[in-house]
Design a protein around this ligand. Structure first.
Ligand code: AMP
Length: 503
C-alpha cells in the first residue's frame, strides 16, 4: 500500500484537525495538506515523472517538506531527502547516484547545487518560487497504487567513512517502522505533537509517518533546526510533544537555562549515537520518566532495539544501571542476532557483530551490488556494530567494529573508557581512539574537551577499569571533529592523531 494513503484518509475524515505547525502557528490542517499533496502529485505527473522515478528534497526543516514528501508519494515516486548542510559537491553526488530527475531545494541551496547538478537532473526548482507555487495550482490526481516492496525513500547514510550509500526504504519498511514506533516507543493520540528539531531529511523525518494516521501535529521550529531556547518555548506551546534528538541535543536541553516544564514533554527519544550513562542520569533527573532510547541505522530506520521509558525510569530495578548502559531490547517484529565472523548466533554474554532482519530492514542499497553482497549476506543486515545480549535480553552496544582498539592482544572498547572519563564533571566531551604502536599494536589515546588534568583522569581510570585499558596519552582539545549530524568522527580523529606519539 502507498504510505500516502494514511494522509489521504486523515484528510477525508478529519479535514479540520491541525496537521502541521510552523513554530506556534498551525499552517496546514489535514484536509489542506492532503489536497496540496494531491495537487503536487498532479503537477509532477505533468512534468513527465513516472512511478518509481526519484525526486530529491534539499531543505532545512520546513512545512514544505511535508507537502513535497506526500505529493511525491501520491504520484508513486520515491523521495530522496538530502541533508541541507552538505557541500554542493556532496549533494551533486547524491543527485547523480540516485538518478533524480527533479530536485526541490530551498532558496540559496539551489544556487549551491546548480554548479554540481548532474546531466540527469532535468529540473532544479526553488521552494517558494513562482514556479514552485504554480505546481500547487494543478488539478488533484488519484493515489498511484504502490506495492509494499516499491521504493519510497532513498535514505543516504551519513557516511562517516567514504561515499554515502542509499538505503532503499520501501513502503513496507516505513510502514513497519512507523507501527513499531507507535506501539513500542511512544503511543500517539490525536493532537499530540512531534517536534522536528533534528533533520527531517534523516532522524526526525522517520517520525513523520507514524503521526499522520494518528492525527498528530508536526511542529517545525521557525529556525528550521535545533535552538534549545526555541525548543523549550515550543514544548510550552505544544503540550504532549515528543522529539527525536541526538544525545548531544539532549545534553544541551538539560543544560538549557530556559524554564522548561518537563510535564509538557511526552517523550524525548534519543538515538543515533551512544548516550553515556552519566548523561542519561542527568537527563532523567531533569525530565523525569519521559526518556526513551532507540537503536538502529538508516538501513533499518532506527528500529532494531529500544529502551523503554519504563525501563529508563525504573530506578528500583536491580539491573537498572546496566540497562541504562544498554540499547534496550529488540522491537517485537525484528530478529536480532549477535554473531561470530561466520554469522552464527553467539550465546548470551558473548560479543559479536549485530545482525538483524525483518520488515523494518531495507532490501539493500541503491545500485551498490558490492556493498549489498557483504552487508545483506544470508538475508541479514550486517550493521557493523558490535555488541552482546545480557541474560535479560538487553543488547549492550560496544562500538563500531572498526573503532575497536586491540592493545597487546586485548580488545578494548572505546566506549567503556569514555564512560569512565565522562564521570568527571571537568570533562565535557571525550573520544577514545587507538594509536598505532610498535610495541603494543595499538595504545589507547583519549581526546578530551574540558579542564581536567591528565593525572586526575588517570586516577579516575585506575579506580574503575583494568589498567591495560587506561589511556596512555591524553590530548586536550577545544572541540572534537563531528559530522553534520553531530556524530564524532573517529576516523578523522585517527587521521589527525597520526604522527603524534612517534617523537
Ligand atoms: P546512521 O545510519 O547514520 O543513523 O548511523 C547509525 C549508527 O549510529 C549505528 O550503526 C550505530 O553505530 C549508531 N547508533 C544508532 N543508535 C545508537 C544508540 N542508541 N546507541 C549507540 N549508537 C547508536
Amino acid at each position: 500500500m502507498n504510505l500516502a494513503v494514511w494522509l489521504q484518509r486523515a484528510g477525508q475524515s478529519h479535514a479540520g484537525r491541525p496537521a502541521v505547525a510552523l513554530g506556534t502557528r498551525v499552517v496546514r490542517r489535514y484536509g489542506e495538506l492532503a489536497e496540496r499533496a494531491a495537487r503536487l502529485a498532479g503537477a509532477l505527473q505533468t512534468l513527465g515523472l513516472r512511478p518509481g522515478d526519484r525526486v530529491a528534497i534539499v531543505a532545512k526543516n520546513s512545512p514544505d517538506i511535508l507537502d513535497l514528501m506526500y505529493g511525491i508519494w501520491q504520484a508513486g515516486l520515491a523521495v530522496v531527502p538530502a541533508n541541507a548542510k552538505l557541500h554542493g559537491a556532496e549533494l551533486g553526488y547524491i543527485l547523480e547516484h540516485s538518478g533524480v530527475r527533479v530536485c526541490f531545494a530551498s532558496a540559496g541551496l539551489d544556487d549551491e547545487i546548480a554548479p554540481h547538478a548532474p546531466a540527469t537532473l532535468e529540473r532544479l526548482i526553488r521552494i517558494g518560487s513562482a514556479e514552485y507555487e504554480a505546481l500547487f495550482a494543478a488539478g488533484t490526481v488519484a493515489m498511484v497504487a504502490r506495492q509494499p516492496d516499491d521504493l519510497a525513500w532513498l535514505f543516504y547514510t551519513s557516511g562517516t567513512t567514504g561515499r554515502p550509500k542509499g538505503a532503499m526504504l520501501t513502503h513496507r519498511v516505513l510502514a513497519a517502522a512507523s507501527h513499531a514506533y507507535a506501539t513500542q516507543v511512544d503511543p500517539i493520540a490525536p493532537g499530540d505533537a512531534i517536534l522536528h528539531a533534528a533533520p527531517m531529511s534523516h532522524g526526525s523525518g522517520l517520525y513523520i509517518m507514524a503521526h499522520v494516521p494518528r492525527l498528530g501535529v508536526q511542529v517545525v521550529p521557525e529556525s528550521g533546526g535545533f535552538e534549545p531556547d526555541e525548543v523549550c518555548a515550543l514544548f510550552d506551546t505544544w503540550p504532549n510533544a515528543s522529539m527525536f534528538a541526538a544525545p548531544t541535543m539532549i545534553k544541551r536541553l538539560v543544560e538549557c537555562p530556559a524554564d522548561l516544564c518537563a510535564e509538557h514533554i511526552r517523550t524525548l527519544i534519543w538515538g543515533g549515537a551512544p548516550m553515556y550513562v552519566e548523561d542519561t542520569l542527568r537527563a532523567l533527573d531533569r525530565f523525569g520518566p519521559r526518556l526513551a532510547q532507540i537503536y538502529g541505522q538508516g538501513e533499518a530506520p532506527m528500529t532494531i532495539t529500544t529502551l523503554s521509558k519504563a525501563d529508563i525510569a525504573d530506578r528500583d530495578h536491580p539491573n537498572w544501571l546496566a540497562r541504562l548502559a544498554s540499547a534496550g531490547r529488540p522491537y517485537a517484529d525484528v530478529e536480532v542476532r549477535v554473531a561470530d565472523a561466520d554469522d552464527n548466533a553467539l550465546p548470551v554474554g558473548q560479543t559479536g557483530e549485530i545482525l538483524c532482519r525483518g520488515d523494518v530492514v531495507m532490501p539493500g542499497y541503491w545500485q551498490n551490488d558490492e556493498a549489498n553482497v557483504t552487508t545483506m549476506r544470508g538475508g541479514w543486515l550486517h550493521t557493523g556494530d558490535v555488541g552482546a545480549f545480557d541474560a535479560g535480553g538487553y543488547l549492550v552496544l560496544k562500538d563500531r567494529s572498526k573503532d575497536l582498539i586491540i592493545s597487546g592482544g586485548s580488545n578494548i572498547y572505546p566506549r567503556e573508557v569514555e564512560e569512565v572519563l565522562l564521570a568527571s564533571d571537568k570533562v565535557r566531551e571525550v573520544s577514545v581512539i587507538g594509536r598505532p604502536d610498535a610495541e603494543w599494536g595499538e595504545v589507547v589515546v583519549a581526546y578530551v574537551v574540558g579542564d581536567a588534568s591528565a593525572a586526575e583522569l588517570d586516577a579516575l581510570c585506575l579506580s574503575h577499569i583494568a589498567r591495560f585499558k587506561r589511556p596512555k596519552d591524553y590530548v586536550f582539545v577545544d572541540t572534537l571533529p563531528k559530522n553534520n549530524y553531530g556524530k564524532i568522527l573517529k576516523t578523522e580523529l585517527r587521521q589527525r592523531d597520526a604522527g603524534r606519539g612517534q617523537g
